[in-house]
Ligand binder design. Structure first.
Ligand code: ASP
Length: 327
C-alpha cells in the first residue's frame, strides 16, 4: 500500500464548538491529527498514513518557528523515505495560502505536498473537513499531482500554491485562484488534473531557515494614508516592507515623499495591490524610491517571498531577478 505522511497544524478542520449548529463561535485547533484521520475510515483503504502534530493552533497564531519545523520535517521525510508517496498538511484556512507559498518556494521534490483545511468546525452539521481530507489524500496519491508543486485542495477544487487565496469569510467554497482558476478538481470519479508540464523553479530549495527571522510589515493603501506607520517602520530599522498599493500597486504622493525624504538605509520594498487579482508592473518611479513590483503575488505572498529573500541575503538586484521570474 502507498504511504503518506499527515502533518497536522490545527485550524477549523480540527476545531470544536459546543453545538453542531454553531459555525462561527468555536475553538480552532482542538482535535489531533489522529482524530481527523479516524473521522474518515475510507482513508484506510487508500494508503498507510502516519501522522505527526506540528502544532494545534488557529492559523493566525502560526509562527516562523512552526514554518521552520514544517519545512524541516517535510524535507527530511521526503529525503529519508523514497517510497513515501507524498505529504498532506491540515491547516487553518486563514493563512493556508501563505504556508502553501512558503513550501512552494522551498521544497524541490516532484512528490505531492497537499494542504487542506475546512471552513466549518469538525463538530458542525455538514462539516467540510472530512471530505477535504479524503480528497486531499486522493490528490496526494495521484500520479497526476506529481511535479505540480504544492497544492491546496478545498471543496473539490485543486489549486496551485502561487495563485490560490481565501476570498470569503464564510462558506465551503471560500478558496479561488483569481485570474488563473483552479488547476483541476477531485470527485468520486477521481483526480482530474493535467500532467505537470516541465520542471518548476524552486528558488530557496537549499535555504536553511534561521531561528530569528527578519520582520516584514505590510502597509495598506487608502485615501490619505497616515504617514505615521511608514515612518515608524523606517525608524524601527525594518529590513523589508510590502505595500498593498491601490489599483495596480500605486503609492500615494505622501508615502512617496516619506520614502524620498528618508536618509537612512532603505528596506527591500515590494509593491503589491489591494484589488485581489491582476499584476503589478514596474513603473518609472520604482528605481528612485527603491521599490520593486510584486507581479501577481498578493501582499501576504509577496511578504513570504521577501522574508525568504532577506534570509537568503539577497539585495535589490537579486530580489528584482526573483520577482521578474514569477509570472
Ligand atoms: N480560524 C481558522 C484558522 O485557523 C479558520 C479556518 O481554519 O478556517 O485559520
Amino acid at each position: 500500500m502507498s504511504r503518506l505522511l499527515l502533518l497536522a497544524t490545527g485550524g477549523t478542520i480540527a476545531g470544536c464548538a459546543d453545538d453542531s449548529a454553531t459555525l462561527n463561535d468555536y475553538t480552532a485547533g482542538v482535535l489531533g491529527g489522529d482524530a481527523l484521520l479516524a473521522a474518515v475510515p475510507q482513508l484506510q483503504d487508500l494508503a498507510t498514513i502516519s501522522f505527526e502534530q506540528i502544532a494545534n493552533v488557529d492559523s493566525a497564531d502560526l509562527s516562523f518557528a512552526h514554518w521552520r519545523a514544517l519545512v524541516g520535517r517535510i524535507r527530511d521525510a521526503l529525503a529519508e523515505d523514497l517510497e513515501l508517496s507524498g505529504v498532506v498538511i491540515t491547516h487553518g484556512t486563514n493563512t493556508l495560502e501563505e504556508t502553501a507559498w512558503l513550501l512552494q518556494l522551498m521544497l524541490d521534490d516532484p512528490r505531492p505536498v497537499v494542504l487542506v483545511g475546512a471552513m466549518r468546525p469538525a463538530t458542525a452539521l455538514s462539516a467540510d473537513g472530512p471530505l477535504n481530507l479524503l480528497q486531499g489524500v486522493q490528490v496526494a496519491l495521484s500520479p497526476a499531482a506529481r511535479g505540480h508543486g504544492v497544492l491546496v485542495v478545498m471543496d473539490g477544487q485543486i489549486h496551485g500554491a502561487q495563485g490560490v487565496t481565501k476570498l470569503a469569510t464564510q462558506g465551503v467554497g471560500a478558496f479561488a485562484s483569481p485570474g488563473s482558476g483552479p488547476l483541476g478538481w477531485v470527485d468520486d470519479l477521481g483526480v482530474h488534473l493535467l500532467m505537470a508540464s516541465g520542471s518548476r523553479q524552486v528558488p530557496f530549495a537549499e535555504l536553511a531557515l534561521p531561528e530569528l527571522w527578519p520582520q516584514v510589515p505590510i502597509l495598506y493603501g487608502c485615501v490619505e494614508p497616515h504617514p505615521l506607520l511608514l515612518n515608524a517602520c523606517l525608524r524601527a530599522g525594518i529590513t523589508g516592507l510590502v505595500f498593498t498599493g491601490t489599483g495596480a500597486g500605486q503609492l500615494s504622493a505622501g508615502e512617496c515623499r516619506v520614502l524620498e525624504g528618508w536618509a537612512g538605509k532603505r528596506p527591500l520594498m515590494l509593491r503589491a495591490n489591494r484589488c485581489g487579482s491582476g499584476p503589478v508592473h514596474a513603473c518609472s518611479e520604482d528605481e528612485r524610491l527603491g521599490l520593486l513590483p510584486a507581479g501577481s503575488l498578493n501582499p501576504q505572498k509577496a511578504r513570504v517571498l521577501l522574508l525568504l529573500a532577506l534570509i537568503a541575503g539577497l539585495d535589490r538586484g537579486g530580489l528584482a531577478e526573483l520577482v521578474s521570474a514569477r509570472p
